[in-house]
Every structure is written in structure tokens, then in C-alpha cells.
Write a protein that binds this ligand. Structure first.
Ligand code: NAD
Length: 485
């Protein structure tokens, strides 16, 4: 990476601007030391960004483009990002704490959204509806107009990319509010938009405090559609903020997802899923494998092997962790780390047994030991609360009925997993698990192509896949009476 820029600005109406909110110091979670400054947008800057997006939409510049051309423009943003994968990944690692190899994967994942939705741009079609010989009727899919997108800190690039790419591919102008804790690398979206020749106002990227810039964006009367990814509490606030303006909203919220592990499961394969499912990004993943509901016949072996796995991970600064494998970086902030450690301490007090980890590391930076708890009460605090950290809770079951009851027994329903060699049992569990996405024998199986979103308090609407496109368009029906005049 070229030398780190000391100040990162906001991208509004094709201009790089400071902001009315002053500056925010962004810390390196691996050291706790300041890394660079981010210019902070306030409500006035949000106003300018929404006005620019509205002008862009009303000019018709995006909808006038042939969809294949709009798609190529979207893909060009991804190509530009991918060509700078190392440079962007280093910055992301430094501001977010994740291992460098994971950050590289995130940049590639972000670029992939631009490829996928760029390719989809020309596939959105209406239909013709027969109304008898005196009429001709057809539908068209039109963009809403201004798409407002509020992004969390855990995967700032991938989450923003999936919304920007789908929004732009369908012809919406986007206003993106980036997260306060790691906003710097999102500046590359503005650079990519400029490099790809995206019209002024079609992509606006700004960072501001949630309660100020975020709240101003959600309540703005000129936004036409909202996509929010973050916590349940903030999601509820967003839903209330958009309601008076009758703006449709996608909410991608938290999770406490369970893998149901039957007695015939392949344990080597399960352990690989546990590695990815709960220790990727130090467990700060909305769809993390945070609960393993394990059959009593293999419970002790799973607990022992999961504990060995957790203890084998090398934990330290992400920037020193270049190679994919058994390592883990810092959590995003001292507050998040201490919150997770507090949950661990109370779980022990409540009778759960820490078979690995449970403590913060005695060094600079926001590190928590990779942690495995056995004997977690499914109804207790740890059994119910999203830790958003590297903490696996193991629970035992004896009957299939009990397993499903435990797995479905939280307010969430983002994803669920089944590990078994018996396809009928897998299908039965997949049918009964109350979640938007089910993984059989591989946690995170799927990809950009597969729809993702929650049941219950994990939210509504879908991101990823073809399903997501439908959140960014509205259907217009045109009925023509023939033979008149
Ligand atoms: P958060 O809700 O605190 O913040 C998310 C975003 O909302 C940030 O940009 C923040 O500035 C903004 N915000 C905060 N208050 C606001 C307000 N009053 N009005 C408007 N915007 C506001 O969440 P977080 O701590 O950044 O992220 C962690 C949470 O996100 C976890 O619960 C996690 O499960 C969830 N998450 C879900 C998904 C998913 O796709 N389902 C993906 C990533 C994270």
C-alpha cells in the first residue's frame, strides 16, 4: 500500500468533501492506537447527498442507459476494486482488525457483488398479461429512485457492495452511510465510481454518527427505499423512521444461529465448519455458528475437539496474519471486546463451563481468546444473546424433537445448520428450522447468488441473489385499451 492517507473524506455528488461533523479518529484495533482521521458528515451533508441522488434519479441518466451498459458500469467498479485488492485489504485489516487473508477475501467478495449484479442488470424483465383481445397489458420494473443504505462495521466492504451493486444495477441512485468504527476503506467506493464513470450523484458515500447522519438519512422525506444492516435495536429505529414517509425497508439484523449436529455427522467436516463459522472475523459475523446443538452420543468428543481447535488458533495483529488458516485477529473495539468478555464471565457464573478461552488477551489491542463453552443453558443469557465475538456455545440433545426446539428457541432466525450423513434427516431438519438460510454439512455454504435474510427478529427482505433485486424495483403495470379512436 502506498503510504496511508491521514484524512479520508466523504464522496458526495462526485466531489470529495469534508463534513459538518468535524473529524473522527479511527483506531487500529490491534494496537488501540489512532490510524487516520475520517471527515464526519452531519445532517446537512446528508441533505446534500440525498439532493444529489434525487437530481441524478430525476435526470433519468441511469434509466436512460441500456441495462447492459449500466451493468458494465457496475462491473467496472468491481474490476477496479479487485485490481487494488492488496492495497484495500491492508487498510481494511488496519482499521477492522481482521487477518489480512480475510480482508483480501472481503475485497474479492465486494468485487464479486459488482460482477454478479452487473451481470443481472439486463435480466430484469416485465411480463405480458392477457386481458382478452381488446387490451394489451405489460409490466415494467422501475427503480424506486433514491436508495439509502446504512452499513455495519463487521464487513463494511461486502455489506456496502451488495447494496450499492444491486441498487445501481437496477437504476437507483445510492446514498451510503458507512460505519463509524472502520469507515476508511469505504472511500474506495467513491474512487471506484469515479474510475467507472458513474454519473454524479449516483453513488454517494459518507460517514457520520448513527444517531445524527444515520438518523437524518433514514428520516429523510426524499429517500425512496432503505436497506439497513445492523443490530435489532437500530433496525427498529430505522423501521420507525422510514414509516411516516411510507418508504419500503429491508432489515438485515442479528442472529444466534445454531448447527444441529446428529450422531452420524462427519466430525472432521464439522470442525472445519466450526473453524470458519465462529472464528472468522473473530466471530463478528451476523450469521456466525454461535450455537452447536450436539447429540449426546458424540457430545464429549465434539466439545474436546472444539476446545483443541480454539486453543490451536494463533491470535494477534491481522496485518501479521497473511496466510489463510488457523489464526484470528482483534475484535473491532474495546467496548465490543469487553461486552463479549462480560457475557463469558456471567455464563461461567451461571453454570456453563469454559473449555477454552473466555478471557481477554493480556496485550495491547482488543483481543479475546477463541472461546468454547459447554453446558450452556439454551434459555440462559449466553444461550439467547448474540455475543458477536469468538464464542461457541455447545448444548446437548437426546431427541430430534429437542434439537429443533433448542435451535428454534431464540428471537432470531437468520441461518441454521444441519450436520448428518442422512439426507432424509437433513431435509426434515431443513424444513423445521426457522431461519432464512439453511446450511447442510457446510457452514456458509452458498454465495453471492443465494438469497440471504432473516426470519423472526433477524429482519425482513432479502439481500444477495436474484431475490434482492426485487427490493430495489417497483412494478408498474401498463394496460392499453385497443381499438379506441
Ligand atoms: P448498529 O446497529 O449499532 O449500527 C449499524 C449502522 O447503523 C451503523 O452505520 C450505525 O452508525 C448506524 N446507526 C446507529 N444508530 C442509528 C440510528 N439511530 N439511525 C440510523 N442509523 C443508525 O450495528 P453494528 O454494531 O454496527 O453491527 C453489529 C450488528 O449488525 C450485529 O447485531 C449483527 O448481527 C448485525 N449484522 C447483520 C448483518 C446481516 O446481514 N444480517 C450483517 C452484519 C451485521
Amino acid at each position: 500500500m502506498s503510504e496511508l492517507e491521514s484524512t479520508w473524506r466523504n464522496f458526495v455528488d462526485d466531489q470529495w468533501i469534508d463534513g459538518g461533523g468535524g473529524r473522527l479518529s479511527v483506531e487500529d484495533p490491534a494496537t488501540g492506537k489512532p490510524l487516520a482521521e475520517q471527515a464526519l458528515a452531519d445532517a446537512g451533508d446528508v441533505e446534500r447527498a440525498v439532493a444529489a441522488a434525487k437530481r441524478c434519479h430525476e435526470s433519468g441518466v441511469l434509466t436512460a442507459m441500456r441495462p447492459v451498459e449500466r451493468g458494465r458500469m457496475v462491473r467496472a467498479m468491481g474490476d477496479w476494486l479487485l485490481a487494488r485488492q492488496d492495497e484495500i485489504a491492508r487498510l481494511l485489516t488496519l482499521e477492522a482488525g481482521k487477518p489480512l487473508w480475510e480482508a483480501r477475501g472481503e475485497v474479492a467478495g465486494a468485487a464479486r457483488y459488482f460482477e454478479y449484479y452487473g451481470n443481472q442488470a439486463e435480466t430484469l424483465e416485465g411480463r405480458s398479461i392477457p386481458l382478452g383481445e381488446r387490451y394489451m397489458d405489460f409490466t415494467v420494473q422501475e427503480p424506486y429512485g433514491v436508495s439509502a443504505q446504512i452499513i455495519p462495521w463487521n464487513f463494511p466492504l461486502e455489506v456496502a457492495a451488495r447494496s450499492i451493486a444491486a441498487g445501481l444495477a437496477t437504476g437507483n441512485a445510492c446514498v451510503v452511510k458507512t460505519p463509524e468504527l472502520d469507515p476508511l476503506s469505504s472511500g474506495y467506493f467513491g474512487k471506484a465510481a469515479q474510475a467507472a464513470g458513474v454519473p454524479a450523484g449516483a453513488v454517494n458515500v459518507l460517514c457520520g454518527h448513527g444517531h445524527e447522519a444515520g438518523a437524518a438519512l433514514a428520516a429523510h422525506p426524499d429517500i425512496d427505499q432503505m436497506v439497513f444492516t445492523g443490530s435489532v435495536d437500530t433496525g427498529v429505529k430505522i423501521a420507525k423512521a422510514v414509516a411516516p414517509n411510507v418508504v419500503p425497508c429491508v432489515l438485515e439484523l442479528g442472529g444466534k444461529s445454531a448447527a444441529v449436529v446428529y450422531g452420524d455427522a462427519d466430525l472432521d467436516n464439522l470442525l472445519a465448519s466450526i473453524r470458519r463459522g465462529i472464528f472468522t472475523n473473530a466471530g463478528q459475523v451476523c450469521s456466525a455458528l454461535s450455537r452447536a446443538v450436539v447429540h449426546e452420543s458424540i457430545h464429549d468428543e465434539v466439545v474436546e475437539r472444539a476446545a483443541d481447535l480454539a486453543k490451536s488458533l494463533s491470535v494477534g495483529p491481522g496485518i501479521e496474519r497473511d496466510e489463510a488458516g488457523f489464526n484470528m485477529g482483534a475484535m473491532i473495539s474495546e467496548g465490543q471486546r469487553d461486552r463479549a468478555e462480560g457475557l463469558c464471565q456471567r455464563a461461567e457464573r451461571d453454570g456453563a463451563r469454559a473449555v477454552a478461552g473466555g478471557r481477554k488477551l493480556n496485550r495491547d489491542g482488543w483481543f479475546l481468546e477463541p472461546t468454547v463453552f459447554d453446558r450452556v443453558d439454551p434459555a440462559g443469557e449466553l444461550g439467547q444473546t448474540e455475543v458477536f465475538g469468538p464464542v461457541l456455545s455447545v448444548m446437548k440433545f437426546s431427541s430430534d424433537e429437542e434439537a429443533i426446539e433448542i435451535a428454534n428457541g431464540t428471537q432470531y432466525g437468520l441461518v441454521g445448520g444441519v450436520f448428518t450423513a442422512d439426507v432424509e434427516r437433513a431435509m426434515d431438519a431443513a424444513r423445521r428450522l426457522r431461519a432464512g438460510q439453511i446450511f447442510v454439512n457446510e457452514w456458509f455454504a452458498g454465495g453471492v447468488e443465494t438469497p440471504f435474510g432473516g426470519y423472526g427478529k433477524s429482519g425482513y427482505g432479502r439481500e444477495k441473489g436474484r431475490e434482492a433485486l426485487m427490493n430495489y424495483v417497483q412494478t408498474k403495470n401498463v394496460a392499453i385499451r385497443l381499438g379506441v379512436g
